[in-house]
Ligand binder design. Sequence first.
Ligand code: HEM
Length: 432
Amino acid sequence: MHAESPGAGPAAEDPAGAGPARRPPAVFAAAGSCVYLAPVTHNAESFDRWIRTSFVQMNTALENRYFAQDDRARVTGVGDSIKAQLRDEGHAYVVGLLREGNTDDGFDSAFGVLGSVGLYLGALRRHELTNPGREQRSPFAEASALALHVGASLGMAPRFSTGHLATHNKAVAGVRKSFTSLPDEFLFIDENTRGILSMQGAADALRRIVPLGVSSPVADVQFEAARLALGNTVRFNQRLFATLDVDRFFYCVRPYYKPYRVGRQEYRGANAGDFSGINELDLLLGLCRASDPYYAQLLVDKMLFMLPEDQARLRACMTYRSLLDEFMAVADESSGADWFQRNAAAFLDVCEVFGQTAAQHHDLFVRRFIEEPAAGLNPEHLADITASGPPLPVLIRSLQTLRDLRVAAPRGDLATRHDDLARLRRLVRRPA
Ligand code: HEM
């Protein structure tokens, strides 16, 4: 193996050219210290194992080189032989899968392949082996073809998204997919996932109130479940904020989430928001409206970044009347009723803690981990630092809009639910 080579790819292990799919079962040292035995009979499994091992080792080696420089954002011309190895080893797996052309192996397998090829392309983008700004089409034709084929067959964008690294990132003997083995990347992935799972739980609890109605005596347990779940998200967010290293995140984790081309088209980067639960909460609580053109556009844009099951849940939520609208519709005649007092108070508590999560995201995460380090960045590296692509000030403004909708801030230029929530608060008589 080359002196610079931290990986063990198909070319090195398979001089007879049998290809990655036909190597015998072997014990592999995964990134970190974990060791597991995996059967190697299938192209998708071989690619998956490479992604969890050599791929991670090569990315980690590259990150450590970049990070050791005075200018940590410099990537070009650093670790070129590792980059070439990463590109070529991944290519061999991609070609094997493309030849196999098998997309009828079940959802999990296809979703896993989309994640693996997506992580591979994301890494090539991170290491500047491709850059949508200087190309008309991806230089990686085979990886693009594989991603397009699998993505289209699943009904998802042909790139990796949050599901691949968070909610559907299957651990094998504790090892989940990642780009590197840096502790800060695992911290980010794991705390994100915990936060997302809690939000999904909250959305699930609220959705079950829809068929019951807001006057139902049993809505109480659902509101409570949602409040507790969102309280957990607040807790995980606090933990992430307190422990994530700003520079490691900014220089070594975030760059893997940049946009890249698949075929001719450029796809925006993944972000922790690519799950429907957050939007289900927006819509069910009534803080955002699917009829608002700004918000509706956001939903349309993110639809294909979500799993098909999430897409279906989000579509269903778009047809419901929000819980806030339900309360407002009966406020005049029922605000004195016991059920109204109880359930509206519980609803307001959920809105309160949901607002806390939104404020944390913007005022803690985005400020400390994106805005502040970007301010110190050499101007030549400033382009492309966001996942969605727009210049940073534009992105920050749109994230601010979302925060203000979710906390129902009083804003003359934005139709938030501030006045409706204020009215509901006045109607609810809290015990002193
Ligand atoms: C270090 C922690 C985090 C940072 C720095 C961060 C930063 C960002 C940024 C910059 C975006 C915009 C994406 C882009 O287009 O570039 C974004 C989107 C989003 N993130 Fe995070 N994020 C973090 C953690 C989380 C967590 C833990 C959650 C959920 C539990 C989350 C939920 C979202 C959502 C829902 C969106 C989509 C926009 C929205 O609906 O608000 N993020 N994040």
